[in-house]
Design a protein around this ligand. Structure first.
Ligand SMILES: [Zn+2]
Length: 253
């Protein structure tokens, strides 16, 4: 069987590397969304990692490790591309993230931080998850609802902490969530803390990871003492257990 010549195998990957580079550079310059900015910068790093691997491969003696055929060149090209793309998508050596942070500042730095596989964020309180994020039977009225948060059963008066840095943007009495605090984080993220017995912050206060924002309670429409903790991105609710794994585990009934 005749395998394709190495020219045919190499040529398209060079063309696609160039177009990927151009598209990524354009996205880095024009993107107003920090998530897209980080994605684009990581794609750019993938292209560079691929080029580095290609140069490294040339230093392996042609008959040395595994002999040399055009087919082998092609397979190694695919492996290089897959490896560099996947590595860069998960943060690579950090060059893409550094570029994104330089361009996108605090917002991009926050996106990089919450996407890091090493990131571990402390839950707002340590307790039993009594109701996870998602569709559930409504606890107070008949029917089902999207539970836009996680309920964590804790004794009244437990210190409630923000897992992420940000600024206090709301402290109010909500008909359902009772005494509640809203923290705005970079990159369009917000967290809310409901059913508090008291808020210990004021609008405008800066927040670091671990800052106490209030004490837990059962104010508003609550069936018992617990914290209702929600997370939003650009106003859409998201499952906080994606970033705080402790909030994904539910007590056995
Ligand atoms: Zn709740």
């Amino acid at each position: 069987m005749k395998l394709p010549s190495s020219n045919i195998a190499v040529e398209p990957s060079t063309v696609s590397a160039t177009s990927t580079t151009r598209a990524a550079e354009r996205a880095i310059k024009t993107s107003t969304d920090p998530e897209q900015l980080v994605d684009a910068a990581r794609r750019l790093e993938g292209v560079f990692l691929n080029l580095v691997f290609e140069e490294m491969a040339k230093t392996v003696p042609q008959d040395g490790l595994y002999g040399h055929t055009p087919g082998m060149d092609m397979v190694q090209g695919w492996l290089r591309t897959e490896l560099s793309e996947r590595w860069a998508e998960s943060g690579g050596v950090g060059v893409g993230d550094a570029i994104a942070t330089q361009v996108g500042g605090e917002d991009a730095a926050f996106v990089v931080a919450i996407r890091s596989p090493q990131a571990s964020f402390a839950p707002p309180v340590v307790g039993t998850v009594s109701s996870p994020y998602g569709i559930r039977a409504h606890p107070v009225v008949a029917g089902h609802e999207l539970h836009e948060g996680v309920d964590i059963a804790v004794p009244v008066g437990t210190e409630v902490r923000s897992p992420f840095p940000g600024t206090i943007t709301r402290v109010e009495d909500h008909p359902n969530l009772g005494r509640m605090v809203v923290v705005s984080h970079p990159a369009g993220y917000q967290t809310t803390y409901g059913h508090l017995s008291s808020a210990t912050v004021e609008v405008g206060d800066p927040v670091s990871p671990g800052t106490i924002v209030g004490r837990s309670g059962e104010s508003g429409r609550a069936t018992g003492p617990h914290l209702h903790f929600s997370m939003y991105r650009d106003g859409e609710s998201v499952d906080p257990s994606a970033w705080i794994p402790a909030l994904g585990s539910v007590e056995d009934p």
